[in-house]
Design a protein around this ligand. Structure first.
Ligand SMILES: [Zn+2]
Length: 418
């Protein structure tokens, strides 16, 4: 794509209220644009990163047998009354975005889909032969937050992957829950994130056991308690009293952290309330045993920036899996013609290139390239051509070298791999 034609180019000024590093950089580099508090447009750069995250998540969910579906964002009151989460003491926290349609029928914008999916299950699952079953979606969710903060870390409208699983018994749920936990670890590792897996409270989602995936980061709103000597980690709310590790006895540390994902063993709480039964192998009627598993996509985008290797004083540094483009091609004075033909060749070869073809001074273009954070930069100028080709550099270590044009493809690959 040509940067000269881009909607959402970099900003010179960033709104003062942007405190988190990810918020500042995403605004400044033109990845997102705010509409009202906690609601953002994803501009081309941001939307491309979200697609990359989606690909990673989809692969891993399909790898553990998840079937992709898309449930509606609009949900019906009757199902939420069945689960007891519409209002009263069991009301979901934060409360739903509720409204009436023109026929005075009450609806809500879904923050989660236990009600909709349990209703599907009670109509489509009849026998133990239909089990286990897992469905997932990547869809827009709504949370009626009182105080959205931290840019894209806590928003009122956001993309989420939610997976729901159905089982004949607790043992099978335990087995699958562990498979999901491992798939989540792979997702975060592929996105370049070192997360802690912590046991957590189930909150208003409910259930017997839950784990959160937390990324230690200064801007995090949650607190994680962890041991440096073994794998023990917990949500501070859950284990706040602990002074030493319950597993190995060493002292424990606390850190601010961002909650990246949350998985729950729901058991039969929803299936009993909503009468979702199946017939087991001896003909008995039993409630379905359920699990639910969520990941926020924009949180991955923000957290990748918040993490130590995700930014420096000049801007964003994307990991290979999440970068919006493979290459940032920059033409400087005397390099325009070569850059044009290189851009055509990259398009034909299926290499995703952001091409800065603007008529701007070198300083502006290079500053923007650092800010946007694409891992490989290719610079074409009179100087580089005189030195024998184009200058290829890595955003992470800044190392640059001039390579002949015909060796460029191999060089780009090499920089991506290191
Ligand atoms: Zn320990």
């Amino acid at each position: 794509m040509r940067y000269s034609k881009f909607i959402g180019r970099s900003l010179r000024e960033v709104p003062k209220e942007a405190e988190a590093v990810s918020h500042r950089l995403l605004l400044k580099a033109g990845y997102v644009d705010p509409l009202v508090a906690g609601v953002y447009t994803l501009l081309p750069l941001g939307w491309r990163v979200m697609h990359k995250i989606e690909e990673v998540i989809r692969e891993e969910m399909e790898g553990i047998g998840g079937q992709e579906i898309l449930m509606p964002a609009l949900q019906k009151k009757e199902q939420w009354l069945e689960s007891g989460r519409w209002d009263g003491p069991g009301e979901i926290d934060p409360p739903l975005f509720k409204f009436k349609d023109r026929r005075d029928r009450e609806l809500a914008l879904g923050p989660t889909h236990e009600e909709v999916v349990t209703d599907l299950a009670r109509r489509f699952i009849a026998s133990y032969k239909d089990l286990p079953l897992a469905v997932f979606q990547i869809q827009t969710k709504f949370r009626n937050e009182m105080r959205p903060t931290g840019g894209v870390l806590r928003t009122r409208e956001f993309m989420m992957k939610d997976l729901y699983s159905f089982h004949a018994n607790e043992e099978d749920l335990d087995r699958y829950y562990l498979e999901v936990l491992k798939a989540y670890e792979r997702i975060f590792a592929r996105c370049g994130l070192k997360v802690l897996v912590v046991s957590a409270h189930s909150g208003t989602i409910g259930g017997s056991e839950s784990h959160e995936f937390m990324l230690p980061a200064e801007s995090g709103e949650d607190k994680a308690l962890y041991c440096e000597h073994c794998n023990f980690a917990s949500n501070l709310q859950k284990s706040g009293e602990l002074k030493s590790c319950p597993d190995c006895g060493q002292s424990v540390f606390t850190a601010s952290a961002i909650e990246m994902g949350h998985i729950f063993k729901l058991g039969t709480i929803y299936s009993e309330k909503m009468k979702a039964y199946f017939v087991d192998s001896v003909g008995a009627r039993k409630p379905l045993v359920m699990g639910c598993y969520g990941i926020g996509l924009a949180r991955i985008m923000a957290a990748a920036i918040e993490s130590k290797l995700g930014h420096d004083e000049h801007g964003i540094i994307w990991p290979k899996e999440l970068t919006p483009f493979d290459v940032h091609l920059v033409s400087l004075e005397g390099g325009q013609d070569t850059a044009e033909s290189l851009y055509d060749a990259m398009e034909k070869a299926g290499l995703e290139a952001l091409y800065d073809d603007r008529d701007e001074p070198a300083g502006v273009k290079l500053t923007d390239a650092d800010l946007i954070g694409i891992p490989v930069r290719v610079l074409v100028s009179k100087k580089s051509l005189a030195a024998g080709g184009v200058e290829v550099s890595s955003r992470s270590d800044g190392k640059a070298e001039v390579v002949p044009v015909e060796k460029l493809a191999d060089k780009i690959k090499e920089v991506h791999e290191r």
